[in-house]
Design a protein around this ligand. Sequence first.
Ligand SMILES: *Cc1c(COP(=O)(O)O)cnc(C)c1O
Length: 471
Amino acid sequence: MSNPLAPNWLNQPADVNAVDEKVWPRHTKRRATGELEIAGVAVSELTTQFGTPLYVIDEDDFRARATAARNALTDAAKKIGTEAKVYYASKAFLSTEIVGWIDELGLNIDVASGGELAAALAGGIDANRIGLHGNNKSLFEIGRAVTAGVGAIVIDSEIEIERIASAAGAQDKVQGVRLRVNTGVHANTHDFLATAREDQKFGIALADAAALVAKIRSHSHLKFLGLHQHVGSQIYAVEGFVESTKRLIELHAQLLAGGEIPEINLGGGFGINYKPGDKAPNIGYFADAITAIVAEECAKHKISVPKLAFEPGRFIAGNPGITLYNVGTIKEVKVTDGASPAVRKYVSVDGGMSDNARPALYEAEYHTLLASRSSDAAPALSRVVGKHCESGDIVVRNDYLPADVQPNDLLAVAATGAYCYSLSSNYNFLTRPPVVAVRNGQARLIIRGETEADLFSRDLKYQATQKNEKS
Ligand SMILES: *Cc1c(COP(=O)(O)O)cnc(C)c1O
């Protein structure tokens, strides 16, 4: 009998041990022993060596998805007679190791702060392949970007025109800039035409763009590369993307009267599958629909097709990453406030909102499997929660686990490669987990786990006391 607490979208799995290939890293499988392996490495080997919680990245899968994004977007651009620059939106997941992969695969990289810029530069990618955006870049961040020679800075408000021009002028450089426009379309809501989306902090209004572009063009130390949009994240339906692109091309066409504009940046936000029931379109579907509207609108306005730029983040990093946790406590909680009394099973793991803030932040839903063994037990509706002092500290709000899940079992949570490590915190003084890359049966630590010494490294009294004890 089904649990009345199960949400409508959640199907009870026919096989609670099954590995759904559309959510898990490409090289995930269940061994004959029942245990999961990623890229040839058993999860128990990983946790024995690196502990739990643990972020694991299937390196070849990450590389394959980066390549797939690059190819789909550049091929679609080619079909309409132009080129595409593909930027990896690094805020999804960034480390110097990842920068190396992105660089090797010929993608560019998008950063949103001085720290992300430092990581990209330290990772060794050429500065002209870096784009810097953000709605409130400091003078220091702007100066650093100009000094490093980043290819593009995305202007997000009028005052940044002067700030960037003066930084470039001081170094006698010409800095490439884009202008972020808020088209009023938000592509991941159902009513994507709702103009309510004007009410947010990013970009400048369509109506104000022409004056600002004229201002940019008046500065000899700035080169206007083109307009920029980013219409949302975790987008499944292309219609909002298409509508926004239409508005941006119309503006682009008007602005051509004042001079050439080589490029247009259409942003990222391509959705992925987090749960077995999800139906994210292939990136080729977005690429074809977006380039088709670009070609159509350019023909309509009788202009040549500019070079295109795109910024996928989650599409590349999301599915190749998983998190492994150890089960600590389990509770059956009676829930009597619904139509019929029910029991919800709370499975507590040794991490939580500090390593995955998205359920608390966005009510994001995830999928989990018992990873250290398979089970013949019936599927039981479960809620996987963390160990933090917050009732909103949920890792997997709704999913089925085998009814015999027990302490010391390992759980794997799928699709945690994007916006988990990058949003992680030390809440409750938990140490942030390590990140390990797996490939061809080998595990390689790319970010070590935090230690207690790391936690107190900035606490001055702690440092002074420790020093006294030592001397
Ligand atoms: C976050 C962000 C992206 C990437 O979004 P995804 O949903 O990860 O693809 C792209 N462009 C900009 C400007 C962003 O802020």
